[in-house]
Design a binder for this molecule. Sequence first.
Ligand SMILES: [Zn+2]
Length: 174
Amino acid sequence: MVRQDTWCIKQDGETVKWPKNFKLWEFLKSDVAARKGIDNTPDDHSIVENLKHTAWILQELRNEISRFKNKDTPMTVSSGFRCKKLNQAIKGAKNSDHMKGLAADVKVIGVKPADFYKFIKERPYLHDRISKVILEFDSWVHISIAEESTKTQFLIAKKVRKWGRLVTVYESDT
Ligand SMILES: [Zn+2]
């Protein structure tokens, strides 16, 4: 596991802070990687920069829902970065934003995933740097981050049975 502080130093030597409530390790940890002996350390500094960018957007969402609920409302990252091997192991999409460090699957403590999804959807002022919000199987919310201003896609992922197999379908919800 890489040390947070060594990865916080920019190439030009300037120290870049992570937001208050998110740490790099939260975006790298993975039960599947641990179980399969996969080293899920980013091999490129730009991925760490992207993760930090993602963390700042999540911090904004966390602040906003805390303000709304009038109490500190933590958010957990169940999946952040995925190296190629890990992405294959979990059968992720071939060009998944998780592989670039520009996505996170999150849960908010004490808030149903469907309600958190709706919370984001109803607040366009939060959408600026978010390219995709997916309510996945009613269990967590996937958030993809854009490097520039973008239109946000809202999707609902479900498992449906097709020819006797369970497949994932994404319904547009915009
Ligand atoms: Zn995801």
